[in-house]
Write a protein that binds this ligand. Structure first.
Ligand code: ADP
Ligand code: MG
Length: 618
């Protein structure tokens, strides 16, 4: 497997370097490489196992992550500590998520504009960390199979991923100890696996990539000109996939056996069992006409016809999305040269037929749809390693990039669809006499007002020498590197003095931050939890003091003197504990005060109840 290649990204010549291709999927993830002898892409797998690693993370009671099939088993039985679909959270704020209740685990944040975190027990995990656990597992497996260290990779992301989400994916790689050489669009990778855009061809090709996975549906319209992949449009549904097919089947069987929704929610073992059988039935029906099995005496039967009736509305929805994507790309169906099928759920014959019928052509489905994205990533990795010199693979910016100017307007520096890498700069000036600082806010999006676009970062250019308004010349430079990642610089030209720029990215992380995060996740997590626990204990203590005081005031006539004295002492002790930094002390004093007041509180309550009941018949 030893290779010598020139790394086009670092420019360095490296020996023994393997660059793997990784499909980091919402449902399943996998790794592929180019076979050293056949030069064909292959997925990595242990002899008797599947190449697919379920993108599921279960945290055991000590907080240790378990990734893959072993974790999947806990989805129904320990939903609050089993994380799935972490990819949907990448680079997202709480506000972006809209409906966090669709997740069975806890998603939290402290303010709507900061990135979400997931809480399991007392630990907080960012989606970046969660994805890094999956990547770490993939890395370990690859190293085990290849018997050599794996530290470099190409990772794929959906075409609609914005800068924050791409950056988050790259950061997850870093956290996992992987140098992410390139982030590639999933539909681009899939097209590559079919040999599209590879080799010499002057033809312009237009491709529709239909990707129906476990939980998401994406349709992307691509155009390839001279080896350059351009994303013309994307559409889809981030909550539609094979899991929904499974749910339809579970519902169908539950209805047949008169199992209510309440029974299903209460009996997780039964639901888990049915869900697994439903997935098995669905897969079986991709090649057969009738499925028959049983579960604890329940007979489970499903014909292909019944299954198709169940999922027909879902399949129709995907076709509607295709229609919209074509419209957005300004194309007719007849202008599509190739349709590429991606994702495990495209094995369902009804899906294949519907897509083929809609586009009115035979679809490309000869490459395993679970593997096609990873295989394409491996081809891209090989190109980066310098082994495949025939292709010059370029990507294109999915959204325009610019800065905010007076009045909250978006001033675009790099337009949408610019070839990557790309560079642009523009000069700006001050609005106030003697203005010494300038805030530069970077946005991504197509709208005229920045408030409708997405803020990527904010800069402060400081120490501009005093000049009348309009005189300083501030040059703002944008540079997008080969991964589609943006660096922004700002410089005051007239003063000739190099200005110091403070960069405060709101999304994405610097190398140092990543390293710090790694450490913080170990050290600060504890501190955060302690701080939070202390604050909670204090609040609880204060509340108890207040309620005790109220109770004493209302019922003083019914409490004995020694009880009053003891209570006063207990309250004083609690008050003192609250001023100290020890949550255990506070909790002890809370307990003690409760122990003191419990006997008389119960006595008084009993009296009140019997009084209230007096004269009433039950
Ligand atoms: P993702 O890209 O979201 O990670 P995948 O492409 O791996 O997902 O697709 C996973 C989905 O494909 C699951 O819902 C799985 O049940 C479904 N699937 C896998 N094999 C088959 C099959 N033979 N027939 C129907 N569905 C299948
Ligand atoms: Mg996928």
């Amino acid at each position: 497997m030893a290779k010598i290649g020139i790394n086009l990204v670092t420019g360095s010549l490296q020996k023994d370097e393997i660059i793997v291709g990784i499909d980091l999927g919402t449902t399943n993830s996998l790794v592929a490489i180019i076979h050293p002898e056949t030069k064909k892409p292959i997925v990595l797998k242990e002899h008797d196992e599947s190449s697919l690693v379920p993108s599921v993370i279960y945290f055991d009671e000590y907080g240790n992550p378990v990734v893959g099939s072993a974790a999947k088993a806990y989805l129904e039985t320990a939903p609050e500590r089993t994380i799935f679909s972490a990819k949907r959270l990448m680079g997202k704020t709480y506000r972006d998520l809209g409906n966090a209740s669709l997740f069975s685990y806890k998603i939290i944040d402290d303010n709507t504009d900061s990135l979400v975190k997931v809480k399991v027990d007392d630990r907080f995990y960012s989606p970046i960390e969660l994805s890094s656990f999956i990547l770490k597992e993939l890395k370990l497996r690859a190293e085990h199979i290849l018997k050599t260290p794996v530290t470099k990779a190409v990772i794929t992301v959906p075409a609609y991923f914005n800068d924050a989400q791409r950056q988050a994916t790259r950061d997850a790689g870093k956290l996992a100890g992987i140098d992410v050489l390139r982030i590639v669009n999933e539909p681009t990778a899939a097209s590559l696996a079919y040999g599209m855009g590879v080799g010499k061809s002057d033809d312009v090709q237009t491709i529709a990539v239909y990707d129906l996975g476990g939980g998401t549906f994406d349709i992307s319209i691509l155009r390839i000109v001279d080896g350059v992949f351009e994303v013309l449009s994307t559409n889809g549904d981030t909550y539609l996939g094979g899991d929904d097919f499974d749910k339809c089947i579970v519902q169908h069987w539950a209805e047949q056996h008169k199992i209510t929704f309440e029974e299903l929610s209460a009996n997780k073992i039964l639901t888990q069992g049915l869900r697994l059988k439903a997935e098995a039935a669905k897969k079986y029906l991709s090649d057969s006409d009738i499925y028959e099995d049983e579960l604890n005496g329940l007979s489970l039967i499903l014909t292909k016809g019944e299954f198709e009736l169940l999922i027909e509305p879902l399949v129709s929805k995907t076709i509607d999305c295709c229609n919209k994507a074509l419209k957005d790309a300004g194309l007719n169906k007849s202008e599509i040269d190739n349709v590429v099928m991606v994702g495990g759920s495209t094995r369902v014959p009804l899906v294949k037929h519907s897509v083929s019928e809609y586009f009115d052509r035979k679809v490309n489905d000869s490459v395993n749809p679970d593997e096609v994205v990873a295989l394409g990533a491996a081809i891209q990795a090989d190109i980066l390693a310098g082994n495949n010199k025939e292709v010059l693979l370029l990507d294109i910016t999915p959204l325009s990039l610019g800065i905010e100017t007076a009045g909250g307007l978006m001033d675009v520096l790099i337009p949408r669809n610019a070839k990557i890498p790309s560079k642009a700069s523009r000069q700006y000036t001050t609005q106030i006499d003697g203005q010494s600082g300038m805030r530069i806010s970077v946005f991504q999006g197509e709208r005229d007002l920045v408030k409708d676009n997405r803020k990527l970062a904010e800069f402060n250019l400081t120490n501009i020498p005093g000049m009348p308004a309009g005189l300083p010349k501030v040059e703002v430079g944008f540079l997008i590197n080969a991964d589609g990642i943006l660096t922004v610089t700002a410089k005051e030209l007239r003063s000739g003095v190099e200005q110091r720029i403070e960069v405060k990215p709101q999304y994405g992380l610097t190398d140092d931050q990543i390293e710090k995060m790694l450490m913080d996740s170990i050290t600060f997590a504890k501190e955060d939890i302690l701080q939070r626990a202390l604050a909670e204990a204090r609040t609880e203590g204060e509340q108890l003091l207040k309620t005790t005081e109220n109770f004493l005031q209302k019922n003083s006539a019914l409490i004995y003197n020694d009880e009053l004295l003891q209570t006063a002492a207990g309250m004083q002790a609690l008050q003192l504990a609250i001023t100290m930094e020890d949550k255990n002390l506070i909790q002890r004093k809370i307990e003690e005060l409760n122990d003191i007041s419990r006997p008389y509180a119960e006595r008084i309550m009993d009296q009140a109840i019997s009084k209230a009941m007096a004269g009433k018949k039950i």
